[in-house]
Design a protein around this ligand. Structure first.
Ligand code: SAM
Length: 196
């Protein structure tokens, strides 16, 4: 599968971020978004330069210069606008419908997706505005895990083979050691799909 502008756009919106305590988890949400095939990460309602900087640093080294990163947007307005433009809003919550019961319908829609994940308690409005409230199982766990499983189900595991064509650093799979090459040293590997 070749990832490019013709494919569905998936953005991840992180809401409820508390800069004093959520930096690490929110950064991981952004990193999972990028690594698991989303095209953008939006931090709702607050600004947090440290989070953006960490994500952009990974993009600059490991690829993803077109990965969209933004903070300080009004989350509710963003969700409403996304729907007005014809995209689907997916809210990840343990109270929603089981992912395996809706993922095919979501994929088949062919629509752009805004995947909303919370930090603290998610206001009721998001449950109502979402086209799908999706549960990754019905136990409380983590936004990082929930996002990873959702994207993995959406891409049917194919995202783990995506590569970033603009990566400066690239891992060569190795049974024991750590083998990293710089892009100028690398020839295009077979069996891996390009992303962005
Ligand atoms: N207590 C909060 C509430 O009731 O809204 C949720 C806190 S949880 C640590 C943070 C986020 O992880 C949630 O907003 C949701 O997006 C995600 N999450 C946690 N467990 C989930 C599950 N089983 N399925 C889907 N998303 C989940």
């Amino acid at each position: 599968m070749l990832r490019g502008p013709e494919v569905v756009k998936i953005y991840v919106l992180r809401i409820g971020h508390r800069p004093s305590r959520d930096k690490r988890v929110t950064t991981h949400v952004g990193l999972v978004a990028r690594a698991f095939g989303a095209s953008g990460f939006i931090l709702g309602d607050v600004r947090d330069e440290a989070v953006l900087k960490s994500i952009l640093k990974v993009c600059s080294l490991w690829g993803g210069s077109s990965f969209h990163v933004e903070d300080g947007v009004n989350s509710l307005d963003y969700v409403k606008k996304w729907r007005e433009l014809g995209g689907l809003v997916i809210h990840l919550t343990m109270y929603g419908l089981h992912v395996d019961d809706v993922i095919e319908e979501i994929r088949k829609s062919g629509k752009d997706l805004l995947v909303v994940v919370g930090a603290s308690k998610v206001p009721r409005e998001y449950y109502e505005l979402a086209d799908y409230n999706v549960a990754i199982g019905h136990q409380p766990h983590s936004e990082v895990a929930a996002l990873a499983v959702f994207l993995d189900r959406y891409f049917k595991g194919g995202e783990l083979r995506f590569i970033f064509s603009d990566a400066k650093l690239y891992v060569v799979p190795s049974p024991k050691g750590k083998l990293v090459v710089r892009s100028e040293e690398r020839s295009e590997p077979e069996g891996l799909d390009k992303v962005h």
